[in-house]
Design a protein around this ligand. Sequence first.
Ligand SMILES: Cc1ncc(COP(=O)(O)O)c(C=O)c1O
Length: 423
Amino acid sequence: MLNAAGIAKQGSDTIFSWWARYQNAKSAGRDAVNGTIGALLEDDGNLAINKAVDAAVRAAPEVEISAYAPLSGLPAFLDLSKTLALGETRTSFEESGFHLASTATPGGSGALYLAANNFLERGQTALLRDRHWGPYNGFLQNNGINFVTWPLLPPNGHELHPYFADKEFEICLEELCSKQNKIMVWLNDPAHNPTGLSMGSEGRAACLSSFVTSALNNEEIGHTMLIDSAYSLYADEPHAWAETILDAVESGMPWPENLLICIAISLSKSHTIYGLRTGALVSIHPEKDVIDRMNTVMGVTGRQTWSAAPRIAQYCVSHMHSTEEGGAAWGVERDRLKQLLDDRRMNLKAECDLLNVPLNPTMDGFFAWIETDDPVTIAESCAEMDVYLVPLIGGVRIGLCALSSKDMKKVAEALANAFGLVK
Ligand SMILES: Cc1ncc(COP(=O)(O)O)c(C=O)c1O
């Protein structure tokens, strides 16, 4: 009965299958540690919950729970989504004549879907980094979009910006511009999944500059850059991209008509409401006509795909952030959760340093990463020492979000053993 696309869909998600192995080990009474899932857990293994958000959701009037949201989102939430995307730079953008579009979506995934559905033509190719969140492939493929990748890190190092492979990016852009009339780049930064990398201000500036130059040199080719900010509110610089873009604009960077920047926001992690499926696709452009069109196109796509995004969190979260106390209470909880991640990352790095474990650069967010050509063998070897991590393409993901600080010695020892570093 299945069509070709249906037949190509395979089950057994790698992350969930390694999580199940951890759970089995635990139920068998082993002293296993869990670095598998992508949700933030307290040190005791329970799901970490932002109490301010939880209280706001519990106080919801019943109509806000039951009613549909407007198709494109509740106005107060659309307003909040722009602030979550741009932070304090929002006012400067608006004062400089920029316009902002926003459509509420079921999580950040919905925002990615809107982009996959509307920017490239079917059969065209998107540009991603080689290490990226696995579901990107499906969002794109289900919309008939192929993808190519450029390396996450400069293969031979780079003095000025060690976390952005500029030459490779430019080569890919040029090649795509020679083949198709639209370009779309997806970039999960800061606090990248699966590595925890944040690009750094020079890297971001260089990346933006290459992209804008490509748009200026190819004025017939639409250029869309999507910043996936799923984890950014746990980063040291949550609105790093907005700041880079604003700096460039204020230093006179021309903004060609064929350039659109979108920010996919997700409240799943930042507000610990994974299951309430709330996010937005925010777009920025100097022309109001372009922004009006984005609002229409994305709203219609949502209508034709999931109808309206869930109302409850749109209501509760925007209501909470509408008061100074509400925003501050959320911030206190967010800071507490960020501290958990920062402590875990610091401990892991320290333990890995002691044993010379070659951890990738990792700064922010839920994960750390170790590159390897043989991720399954490494993860299997760690599992033998009761450390459960996730083997993905090109490396092993270490879920700092799920581990506790006291687990890090054990994780580093398992990795050292797996990499043959133990004499
Ligand atoms: C890189 C990245 N982008 C986007 C998302 C979207 O999350 P959600 O759809 O739950 O908001 C996730 C979730 O894991 C992610 O890891």
